[in-house]
Design a protein around this ligand. Structure first.
Ligand SMILES: Cc1cc2nc3c(=O)[nH]c(=O)nc-3n(C[C@H](O)[C@H](O)[C@H](O)COP(=O)(O)OP(=O)(O)OC[C@H]3O[C@@H](n4cnc5c(N)ncnc54)[C@H](O)[C@@H]3O)c2cc1C
Length: 443
């Protein structure tokens, strides 16, 4: 397998494929695997190494995943669909809702990841639970779909939702949408998400072996189906003819193809399409700001055993996941890997003092909930400005469509595109849609 992935500098000027996929993150790899499995000759161009933001970093025997690699509503997810259609192995590790807690001041209470959790949580009074469940039930029966032009906050105001239910909905949304600005989420996005999450049997699941296990599987399918993967190959510009793309100029030569799927973020897209008219349609998306998070993981020598595996601190909007509780392969024997994530505001990014405050707050939460961790610390891993999702769910931002009406052989995928769910689910679902459009065209 190795030999086929190495950079084939000499040959690249002659490379031709049915479908050229630019970007080797989850979106690019899943689109490539789907198309290769259906007999298309795919060529993947990745400027760095495979995985993109879905990276696993191995240090001192710990496998730190960028993000908790949590898959939401796995039974109805696109990743589940890929698992079946591509025949890839995914070692699902289901989340235990009984071990998920909200930190509310000094105490802890259950996180309502499903209707059962809703009735156990102390975040709501009994009467409010009924009201909230009623709202959720309405969305499940599709009576309440929300409105793309109305934020969830405005929706609640219009419906005169009481303060406690409002608080609860916004807290839930904050922890699920990776945002401090949950009141700005469009109401239709909010309801679509919860109607799926509350009906699923598998609200959250992790992937055993982390992102790297999934990346290897997708890579395997591509290579087994005669696909080509060119790493360290940057797409620099495109060649066009009328309203068609004909090739991609890369750092190592031209790659020609019939269809093109660009799975690179909007800021990179505008650079690649700079010389073409397409760039005007893309600029708007490149101007949006992503959802940033502060990540602070710790690898511990011995487990600090506590009765919970996930805590979301309501006030600071920071959550901690005991990744090793779900995936023991990410630590040396007996060890523990905890991951803390804080949602950032745009302004926080430039302010070192504010970022230092997040660091201190995370340590304080580790102290509060995993007392003794300092003595067990083997290795920390910090990422101060990570992009959890390129698309931020606020009323002023929109997802990039999977294709533009004027360009017949150009498609887009990634977590900045129209699709289902959040985070990687947006990448998988948009990649799947782009692949299906191409397969339909060439039936
Ligand atoms: C801290 C953190 C926590 C997260 N937690 C979760 C989680 O729990 N669950 C979940 O589902 N998701 C999670 N995510 C989100 C998930 O990682 C992303 O949604 C997903 O990896 C995005 O994949 P993508 O392919 O859409 O984009 P990317 O990963 O950004 O891939 C784009 C690729 O394009 C390449 N590229 C860019 N420009 C060029 C060019 N000109 N030529 C060639 N290649 C180029 C890049 O190198 C990159 O590999 C998390 C992310 C972070 C950062």
């Amino acid at each position: 397998m190795e030999e086929k992935v190495v950079n084939q500098q000499e040959e690249e000027t002659r490379i031709q494929g049915d479908v050229i996929i630019v970007g080797g993150g989850l979106a690019g790899l899943s689109a490539a695997a789907t198309l290769a499995k259906k007999g298309k000759k795919v060529v993947v161009l990745e400027r760095a190494t495979l995985g993109g933001r879905a990276v696993t970093i191995n240090m001192k025997g710990f496998a730190f995943n960028f993000g908790a690699h949590a898959i939401y509503g796995r039974d109805s997810s696109y990743l589940r669909r890929l698992e079946k259609e591509l025949d890839i192995q995914i070692d699902w590790r289901d989340f235990n809702p009984d071990k998920a807690k909200y930190g509310i001041g000094e105490g802890l209470t259950d996180v309502p990841v499903n209707v059962k959790g809703l009735f156990k949580t102390k975040l709501l009074k009994a009467s409010d639970k009924v009201k909230f469940t009623y709202e959720i039930l309405k969305t499940m029966t599709k009576v309440e779909k929300g409105d793309p032009h109305i934020s969830i906050s405005k929706w609640m105001e219009d419906k005169e939702v009481n303060e406690e239910v409002r608080e609860m909905m916004l807290t839930l949304a904050s922890s699920n949408f990776f945002t401090r600005q949950s009141e700005q989420i469009p109401s239709d996005v909010f309801f679509k998400y919860y109607s799926r999450l509350f009906t699923t049997q598998k609200p959250v699941a992790y992937i055993g072996g982390g992102w790297q296990a999934l990346i290897q599987e997708l890579e395997r399918v591509i290579l087994e189906n005669d696909g080509m993967i060119l790493q360290k190959t940057k797409a620099e510009s495109v060649l066009t003819e009328d309203a068609r793309i004909t090739g991609v100029q890369t750092s190592k030569g031209v790659v020609m193809g019939e269809e093109f799927v660009f799975c690179i973020p909007p800021t990179d897209l505008v650079k690649v399409f700079e010389e073409t008219k397409i760039t005007d349609s893309l600029k708007q998306y490149a101007s949006y700001s992503p959802s940033y998070v502060y990540v602070y993981d710790i690898g511990l020598k011995n487990r600090v055993d506590v009765p919970y595996s996930y805590i979301y601190d309501k006030q600071s909007k920071i959550f901690i996941t005991d990744i090793s509780y779900y995936d023991e392969t990410c630590t040396p024997p007996g060890g523990q890997l905890l991951q803390a994530i804080a949602y950032l505001n745009e302004e926080d990014l430039k302010n070192k003092d504010v970022l230092d405050e997040y660091h201190a707050k995370i340590e304080a939460l580790y102290d509060q909930h995993f007392s003794g961790w300092r003595e067990e610390l083997v290795i920390p891993r910090v990422s101060k400005r990570a992009i959890a999702q390129q698309l931020k769910w606020v009323m002023t931002q929109q997802a990039l469509p999977v294709f533009l009406p004027d360009y017949r052989n150009l498609f887009f995928a990634g977590d900045w595109c129209e699709g289902q769910g959040q985070l990687s689910e947006l990448s998988f679902s948009s990649a799947y849609q782009a692949s299906q459009h191409i397969l339909q065209k060439h039936k």
